[in-house]
Write a protein that binds this ligand. Structure first.
Ligand SMILES: Cc1cc2nc3c(=O)[nH]c(=O)nc-3n(C[C@H](O)[C@H](O)[C@H](O)COP(=O)(O)OP(=O)(O)OC[C@H]3O[C@@H](n4cnc5c(N)ncnc54)[C@H](O)[C@@H]3O)c2cc1C
Length: 382
């Protein structure tokens, strides 16, 4: 396994670190309060190529592979998670379907504008009846001549309000269960598609989630991703990629929390000495560092496996689970080390603590990751 980063990626990482420190972090409070990512930050991110992280160079993207993408995600995870999620959803679940399963015509049409951020991507699987039970979809797609007519709805869809193109899973043959699901590229302007209102959320402000409604939504037949019946397998592959990427973003957030906690432990004086001198605080910090190193090793191993085109269903579930559990543990310890200031909204710690919580739910809950791991173990051992 080789996790060495090229000089180009190291340079990009450094540029992003500077961009975050000078441009994004100073606006984090504004993002939090207005629940919007400032236009200036979006435009600068596009100029830096951040919207093309998953897209091969021949279609205008960075072409840096999964190890490279995770290295960049790690940097992005250090700042406001709402901003990171807008980019993460676009460059992960919102575009990977077209990159991996799209035909040449679909790639030429959608990927160049997506790489520039002129078209934003989203991924629409979840429905009121199909959360963890993701094959229990009620949205249907019926072929009528050279079109499919989609009917149904999706909810909690990240980027729905800013997306131009959705990867949508719908049932084409209800008699076949998971094998009767197909996936489609759906443009926001296709007739019969409407977007619902923005949900109010505990965290991830600036990243919006909303419902999508399909009412005889007309999708050209050529917009099917792969073959009819391949949609659920496509969704699993897209989610496996997304889960590894999410782990890398969580890793960056954990790094930032450890850095802030170290600084606070050395500067906060109680009982006449820095709280770092208390062994229990040292142990909190040691536990955080241990968790983070374990997550780093697993994240890059899975990213490397993705680049080698290896099967990563079990490993992606493991790293998603580890990443969200570690992030929540690290955020909890960071609040504890900071004491009262860790609970005050003027400082970033409480925001990371709230933002950590969703990582145990979206892109498949922690319980579902354990189910996936156990199912894979059964295949391997029994
Ligand atoms: C902010 C946000 C953004 C999201 N973005 C997207 C997106 O972009 N695209 C998209 O398609 N979806 C998105 N989702 C949906 C998300 O993936 C689902 O919410 C998640 O998969 C859980 O589904 P559910 O909410 O229906 O919970 P449920 O499935 O109802 O689960 C409730 C609880 O029961 C547990 N449970 C259910 N079944 C089992 C089981 N078999 N074994 C053990 N435990 C079980 C769950 O683990 C959970 O603890 C988003 C959600 C949120 C909140």
């Amino acid at each position: 396994m080789d996790f060495q980063l090229s000089e180009d990626i190291k340079f990009l990482k450094q540029s992003i670190r500077e961009f975050i420190d000078s441009e994004v972090d100073p606006l984090a409070m504004e993002i939090e309060e207005k629940d919007e990512i400032p236009e200036k930050i979006m435009n600068m991110s596009k100029e830096m190529g951040l919207f093309g992280l998953s897209i091969p160079e021949e279609y205008g993207g960075t072409g840096i592979g999964m190890v490279g993408k995770c290295a960049i995600y790690e940097e992005l995870g250090r700042t406001h998670n709402g901003y990171t999620t807008v980019i993460g959803a676009h460059t992960g679940i919102g575009s990977v379907g077209i990159v991996e399963m799209g035909n040449e015509e679909q790639k030429r049409k959608y990927l160049p504008p997506m790489a520039k951020g002129e078209m934003i991507g989203a991924f629409a699987l979840t429905e009121p009846s199909a959360g963890s039970h993701a094959t229990n979809l009620k949205t249907t797609a019926v072929r009528k001549g050279d079109k499919y007519l989609l009917n149904g709805s999706k909810h909690y869809i990240t980027n729905a309000l800013i997306a131009d193109v959705f990867t949508v899973m719908a049932v084409t043959d209800p008699s076949k269960g998971a094998k009767g699901i197909s996936s489609f590229i759906v443009e926001k302007d296709f007739s019969g598609l409407t977007i619902g209102k923005k949900e109010k959320k505990m965290g991830l402000h600036g990243s919006h989630s909303a419902e999508i409604f399909f009412e005889d939504c007309e999708v050209p037949a050529e917009n099917i991703l792969g073959q009819e019946g391949q949609g659920y397998v496509n969704a699993l592959k897209i989610l496996a990629n997304g889960r590894a990427g999410l782990a890398a973003r969580n890793l960056g957030s954990c790094d930032k929390l450890l850095e802030m906690s170290m600084e606070h432990a050395h500067t906060r004086i109680q009982f006449g000495k820095p709280i770092f001198e208390q062994q229990i605080i040292q142990h909190y910090l040691a536990d955080m560092a241990l968790d983070i190193e374990a997550l780093r090793s697993m994240t890059y191993r899975v990213a490397w496996m993705v680049d080698q085109k290896m099967k990563v269903i079990k490993e992606a579930a493991m790293v998603k689970l580890l990443g969200s559990e570690v992030y929540n543990r690290v955020a909890d310890k960071a609040v504890q080390i900071h004491g009262g200031i860790g609970y005050i909204a003027e400082f970033p710690i409480e925001r990371f603590y709230r933002d950590a919580r969703i990582t145990k739910i979206y892109e498949g809950t922690s319980e579902i990751q354990k189910n996936i791991i156990a199912a894979q173990l059964k295949l391997e051992y029994l």
